[in-house]
Design a protein around this ligand. Structure first.
Ligand code: 0GY
Length: 309
């Protein structure tokens, strides 16, 4: 029996993405992706703002292999609220090849944090995007930080560019590393050297432990995917923003597919094409290796052996 129905207008993810032309370096990490459900086993949260189609851990690992990646970081999405079971089920099944970012409530017990840590969770996500969540009191978020700090976790923050000015002091008061989702969602119709993006870069300059995911060109782009003739550079308007971040903070950037791309209604990206976007924002092998291997490994698998460049 189906107990949920996907939000109308929400596009389906690519069942058969192309194989990327860009070969990612050995040991590459997809550092931002999700699993959804299956809803019958892992029900979606009653307070959710959208209902996704199922996107299973098996489908995620198939995609990982198809794109040439070695590891995943599975980020808890708002549609599962603070029930991290679908995500931790994916981590446990991965044989150590996936880490996770959870959503937790301030009253979480230490034993529950430890259990999440043992499953492979290394961070929590604070979401400030109003279409996705209702605002949480700041005190609740500080309480969460107090619970997770002893485990060496970080806080992933997701917000809209226009909200950074209000959030900046709060973010800087969080005494653990911060990871910013999707470059703080810049308005890419603006100047990448203009005051809004400069404010974002200044925020990153404020502390050496602020990381940034240079992800989701498909969400940020106005110019869109390539034309059908394949001639137009995909998501070209996002390139100067992402490149600025990669070039200034080469050891603090992460990349991920964002599969299965929740809440997209305009177009659904071909994941192979998203991988082909990487050399446009990280043009040298050294930058690519930092972005795809060294940085995510340092943050999520600091103790793992890995091949040297
Ligand atoms: C993303 C982006 C989105 C959704 C979520 O947790 C979520 O529901 O993060 C979005 O709608 O922009 O990173 O998956």
């Amino acid at each position: 029996m189906t107990t949920h129905r996907k939000t109308p207008g929400w596009l389906d993810w690519y069942a058969a993405p192309s194989r990327p032309r860009f070969q990612v370096p050995e040991g590459a990490v997809d550092a931002h992706c999700h699993v959804f459900g299956p809803g019958e086993r892992f029900p979606f949260a009653p307070e959710r703002k959208y209902t996704p189609g199922d996107a299973s851990k098996e489908q995620l690992s198939e995609l990982r292999d198809h794109l040439g990646f070695a590891r995943n970081v599975v980020v808890q999405a708002t549609c599962h609220g603070a029930d991290n079971s679908a995500m931790t089920d994916a981590l446990r099944a991965s044989g150590g090849l996936a880490r996770g970012v959870a959503t937790v409530r301030p009253d979480i017990l230490d034993a529950q944090v430890r259990e999440l840590h043992e499953a492979g969770v290394r961070g929590v996500r604070f979401n400030f995007v109003k279409r996705l969540v209702d605002a949480a009191p700041r005190q609740d978020l500080w309480d969460v930080v107090e619970r997770i700090a002893p485990y060496g976790w970080h806080v992933v923050v997701y917000f809209e560019a226009a909200d950074l000015a209000d959030l900046r002091d709060f973010f800087l008061s969080i005494p653990v590393p911060l990871v910013i989702d999707h470059m703080g969602r810049p308005d890419v119709t603006k100047d990448p050297h203009g005051p809004e993006f400069e404010a974002f870069l200044n925020f990153m300059r404020a502390r050496p432990d602020i990381w940034c995911k240079v992800t989701c060109p498909e969400r940020l782009s106005v110019s869109g995917p390539p034309a059908l003739d394949g001639e137009q550079q995909a998501y070209r308007d996002v390139v100067p923003f992402a490149r600025r971040v990669v070039e200034e903070f080469p050891d603090r950037v992460l990349w991920g597919t964002d599969w299965p791309h929740p809440n997209l209604t305009g177009h659904m990206p071909d994941d192979g094409l998203l991988v082909d976007f990487v050399p446009h924002i990280a043009p040298t092998p050294q930058l690519q290796r930092g972005l795809l291997v060294d940085n995510p490994m340092r943050l999520y698998w600091p103790d793992a052996d890995r091949p040297t460049a």
